[in-house]
Design a protein around this ligand. Structure first.
Ligand code: SF4
Length: 231
């Protein structure tokens, strides 16, 4: 039997949190600056692709050095007509092994938080990363790797046309918003990614190491849900 929302929240240590009022009212939408460097032939080719071609292109991609150390690419998973798009940073060891984003403990936490919102991986939710290949040792992505890989995410977003993007973690937020700002300063507001509302929260892997911030992430997801409901 599927656990109740209260049970899920209790397991997450968030039982009282869902009763809290929102941290912040939706602020005026803010336009992100347009992405740079969209004009080269590779990007133009990617932007003409449909889902099957795009998946094939990612699977065979050697555009940055990460192809040398990956087990497999991690394209993304979920409902290709989803209203919710969740974007993380890059595959970790388990994701590299299994070919799916957000598996392992961080994935379980994310699934629990989605369930508490009444959402489910694969049902009106799509999950992807900025990088499709694992950085060795889970090191931070290099700017060049992000630059080479982000056209794939751009095309995923164009094909999905989500109602809302949730950027999870610093790299996802900074990449999508072309910003150097911290997560703390980006949370609690509705940003825009090429017209699509975008909210920022912590990466589930970060939350596993920083348990007190789970409550903030939960508040972010409630804020995201209110944003979707108000569209
Ligand atoms: Fe290609 Fe992205 Fe993998 Fe680099 S990280 S090889 S750009 S798919």
């Amino acid at each position: 039997m599927r656990p109740s929302r209260a049970a899920i929240l209790a397991e997450m240590g968030l039982a009282p949190i869902w009763k809290l009022r929102a941290r912040a009212a939706p602020a005026a939408a803010q336009e992100a600056p347009p992405r740079a460097g969209s004009g080269d032939a590779r990007e133009a080719g990617i932007r003409a692709m449909q889902w099957p071609e795009l998946k094939h292109e990612v699977a065979r991609c050697t555009a940055c050095g990460l192809h040398k150390t990956r087990t497999q690419t991690v394209f993304g998973v979920g409902d290709e007509r989803a209203e919710w798009l969740l974007v993380g940073e890059a595959p970790g060891a388990e994701e590299d092994r299994l070919g799916e984003p957000f598996v392992g403990q961080a994935g379980k936490l994310l699934d629990n938080m989605l369930a508490a919102l009444g959402l489910e991986r694969g049902k009106n939710v799509y999950i992807a990363n900025v990088l499709k290949c694992r950085p060795p040792g889970n090191r931070n992505p290099e700017p060049e790797e992000v630059a080479r890989c982000s056209p794939f995410l751009v095309r995923q977003i164009e094909l999905l046309q989500p109602k809302l993007i949730v950027a999870m973690g610093r790299f996802a937020a900074q990449t999508l918003l072309s910003s150097d700002a911290s997560i703390a300063s980006l949370r609690g507001r509705v940003h825009r990614y090429h017209g699509v509302p975008l909210v920022v929260t912590y990466h589930p892997a970060y939350l596993l190491r920083n348990l007190p911030d789970k409550a903030k992430a939960w508040a972010d997801l409630l804020f995201a849900r209110r944003t979707v409901a108000g569209l």
